[in-house]
Design a protein. Structure first.
Length: 365
């Protein structure tokens, strides 16, 4: 059985997304040791250890020294390198090393024997385009330097979106093979509880589930709330912005377990993904649309290249008139929808299928 050292940059217990799903699927056929960068917030459940069959999950500290601008970046990550070395991980014992963040790779790259170990870089976001990066220009330069190097040296580079692959090529000019493995839905969603006590929503609720940050389109959301007195908007997910705008029919409920997803969607009148289109969003293949579509509820999302393939099942908007029309025809009024077709589409795009694509790439035997 192949062994994979799987190093990821988000806490295992944080909002469940691409790295956790792929690790779980790989562990069905490989021995997978996950080491994740622990959250420094120490919120309950964010930093667990886990043993489940072939899946072994542990956290490690990686201090965010980039926030302290008086500390040279190279020195700060040298400290993190010492912290990594203290984990005493035998890198040579693995067949593959899976990396989701080039800065983490920097901590142990000198321990990798390229004649024995294959390196896989799974690029899931345009890291340089995150708003906070502009506040730490030295860290941004350091991160891009390491991303360029891993693109040059990794055996396999996987991108979550075609637009992201294009962005990497434009930024670094590295002409190499990139493999597109889009995001997906968990096949296990059909086993989630579809009704859970304590999860209730107001009538005519339009629901968002995901990270809430500067890219959320509050302008059109608030405008719709003002236009439609019967509309309610409910937000679930971690908040990554200073403050959410206030409105009497806008409710923020914080993070929720992924296992509650189906019950929440079943209670909603409709679901939406209102993103402000920017450099970061243009490279996102949205996980939540696969999940939304499975619910069989009306879905609204921002129109851009990565959402166009969903247009048979999702209403796409480019301006407020299209946003408002969706609310009027799907939330305030009832509409007909082909739930069976939506679920068939969603279940044709599972993490199991995506991981099969990955295994054919890295171990085609």
């Amino acid at each position: 059985m192949k062994k994979i050292l799987y190093v990821m940059h988000i806490s295992w217990g944080w909002i469940k997304q691409r790295p956790q799903f792929i690790a779980e699927e790989l562990a069905k056929t490989c021995e997978v040791d996950v080491y994740y960068r622990m959250s420094n917030h120490n919120k309950k459940g964010e930093n667990p250890s886990l043993e489940a069959g072939n899946l072994h999950v542990k956290g490690f500290r990686n201090w965010p020294f980039e926030r302290f601008t008086f500390v040279p970046v190279d020195l700060s990550y040298l400290i993190n390198k010492w912290i990594w070395n203290a984990t005493n991980i035998d890198v040579d014992s693995y067949d593959y090393i899976w990396v989701t963040d080039p800065v983490l790779w920097w901590s142990f790259k000198d321990k990798i024997d390229p004649t024995k170990i294959k390196v896989i870089y799974d690029c899931m976001d345009d890291y340089s385009a995150f708003p906070y990066m502009d506040d730490y220009p030295k860290y941004k330069v350091f991160k891009e330097k390491n991303e360029k190097e891993i693109l040059q040296t990794a055996d396999y580079v996987i991108c979550s979106a075609k637009a992201l692959q294009k962005k990497l090529y434009e930024r670094y000019g590295i002409d190499r093979e990139y493999t597109i493995v889009n995001n997906a839905i968990t096949k296990n969603i059909s086993t989630y509880e579809d009704q859970i006590d304590g999860i209730g929503l107001p009538n005519n609720s339009l629901v968002y589930i995901g990270t809430i940050s500067e890219w959320f389109d509050f302008t059109n959301t608030l405008k719709a709330l003002d236009e439609y007195p019967d509309l309610h908007v409910v937000l679930y997910g971690p908040k990554r912005m200073e403050a959410i705008p206030q409105h009497e029919r806008l409710e923020f409920r914080g993070s929720t377990s992924h296992s509650n997803l189906l019950a929440i969607m079943n209670k909603a009148k409709g679901l939406f993904m209102p993103f402000i289109l920017n450099e970061l969003i243009e490279s996102v293949n949205p996980v939540k649309l696969y999940e939304y579509i499975y619910s069989g509820k009306p879905v609204l999302a921002t129109r851009y290249g990565e959402t166009e393939p969903f247009s048979d099942y999702v209403t796409l908007y480019s301006d407020y008139s299209e946003f408002s029309k969706f609310i009027r025809e799907n939330i305030i009024s009832d509409c007909e929808i082909d739930k069976d077709a939506m679920q068939r589409f969603a279940l044709d795009n599972t993490w199991e299928a995506r991981t099969g694509q990955i295994l054919k790439l890295i171990d085609p035997k």
